[in-house]
Structure formats: C-alpha cells, structure tokens
Design a protein around this ligand. Structure first.
Ligand SMILES: NC(=O)c1ccc[n+]([C@@H]2O[C@H](COP(=O)([O-])OP(=O)(O)OC[C@H]3O[C@@H](n4cnc5c(N)ncnc54)[C@H](OP(=O)(O)O)[C@@H]3O)[C@@H](O)[C@H]2O)c1
Length: 207
C-alpha cells in the first residue's frame, strides 16, 4: 500500500481515486473547495481523506489532476510543500477549443514545463494522459505509458500503475513526454474520426 495524494476533484481525480482505493492505497484528495473535497473523499470511501489545499500533501506520490493551464500555477503555489514528492503529470496539453495543437513551447512538453518549477528534490513522471478517464473507470486492464528522468520515481509510479491492475510501459526520459502529449492528440483524432471515445491505446508485445 502507498500513500497517494490527488490534486484536483474532477473526472480524472474520481476515476484514478476509485481505482487507487480499490487497490488498497491510502488516498488523499485535495481541491480548492473544502466542501467539494470532503464530498469526493466520502464518495471514494475506504478511508479516503480530504486534504487541505496548499499544505504538504500526505502522499509520496502526488497525482496532478488539474488542467494543464492550472498545473504550473498550482505547482508554483505549492512551492516547497512538494519537496521530495513524485509528481505524476497526467495532463493533456491541448485546449478544449482546439484538440489538434499542443499549447506547450516548441521543443518542450507540459511535463517538462512542470519539472522546471517543482522543488529540486521532487521528480516529475508523465503518465496516464493517453488513457481516457471514463475508460479508466471501466476497471479494465489497460496500458499506461509513462516517461521520466529519475529512475526511483519511475519505479514507484510503475509499481503504482501495476497495483491498479494496469500495465506500465516505460517510454524513456521526460523529453518523451512531448510525444506522449502528441499521443493525446492522436487519441482525440482517432475518437473524432470514426473510432469514438471508447478506445484505449495499447501496445502488442510480440514475444
Ligand atoms: N478526462 C479525461 O479523459 C482525461 C484524459 C487524459 C488526461 N486528462 C487530464 O487530466 C487532468 C484533469 O482532467 P479532468 O478531466 O479531471 O478535468 P476536470 O473534470 O475539469 O477537473 C479539473 C479539476 O481541476 C481543478 N482545478 C482547476 N484549476 C485549479 C486550480 N488553479 N487550483 C486547484 N484546482 C484546480 C478543478 O477544480 P474545481 O472543481 O474547483 O473547478 C477540478 O476539480 C487534465 O490535465 C487533463 O488533461 C484527462
């Protein structure tokens, strides 16, 4: 069992929080509205707790489940409260208005922009952005591609993914987050051009 904090109270927070409590993790949810935070913790059940926005999260792993536009400001606001944490960036870096373009600077990615503002002792791992929340909520086994620079942080995120009944697939260093975010666009293109949204990106490992 691990201590997991989830920052954000939306669709993804609920989906990943549900799977995390089912897997037996100690889950803390954190939102900017205290009553909504309590509501989500109660809905998750299994001892899930409501954290207070801005104070150090209880979890060793902190899932950043806010829109990319809020991710860097939220991490800056937290500052040293995130020291030593493994930060899981699940964001897709397109806007609701346009899901054909990434909003990040050329040659970078959301995860790398977040990594620039976390405390030096924290590590960012990109994961889950290629998995739709409603698909995660189905409870099925899925592939979760992830990327990061710190081997220990990646190992702990990989173990977390596996504990949820999902298959972790390492795509390399944090530079690769750009391509994972590109895969987010690919998923939207697929969904909008015939496949629909009940899809999951997977890899066939041919033995
Ligand atoms: N939904 C999916 O299928 C999917 C798939 C892959 C990746 N993702 C990624 O997952 C992340 C969350 O998406 P979602 O679908 O869960 O979005 P959502 O349902 O809109 O929820 C977003 C949450 O972020 C919170 N938030 C926004 N700005 C904040 C701020 N400045 N400070 C504190 N909290 C803030 C919102 O708080 P309030 O409730 O107070 O407004 C809300 O609880 C996004 O980065 C998205 O790209 C989503």
């Amino acid at each position: 069992m691990s201590n997991i904090s989830i920052l954000g109270l939306g669709t993804y927070a609920r989906a990943i929080g549900t799977r995390a409590v089912e897997a037996g993790h100690a889950v803390e949810v954190i939102g900017r509205d205290a009553a909504n935070t309590q509501d989500l913790a109660a809905a998750l059940g299994s001892g899930a707790t409501a954290g207070i926005f801005g104070i150090p999260p209880a979890g060793d792993i902190v899932v950043l489940a806010v829109p990319y536009a809020s991710a860097v400001p939220v991490v800056v606001q937290y500052g040293d409260a995130l020291a030593g944490k493994v930060i899981v960036d699940i964001s897709n870096t397109f806007t609701a208005a346009d899901d054909t373009e990434l909003v990040t600077p050329d040659g970078s990615s959301g995860a790398q922009e977040i990594a620039k503002v976390v405390p030096p002792s924290a590590h960012v791992v990109k994961a889950f952005n290629t998995v739709f929340a409603h698909v995660l909520a189905l409870g099925r086994s899925l592939d979760v591609l992830f990327a990061g620079d710190d081997a220990q942080a990646k190992a702990s995120v990989s173990a977390f993914i596996e504990s949820l009944g999902l298959r972790p697939l390492d795509v390399g260093s944090l530079d690769m987050a750009h391509w994972l975010e590109g895969a987010g666009l690919l998923m939207m293109g697929l969904a909008r051009h015939g496949a629909g949204f009940n899809i999951a990106l997977g890899v066939d490992l041919l033995g």
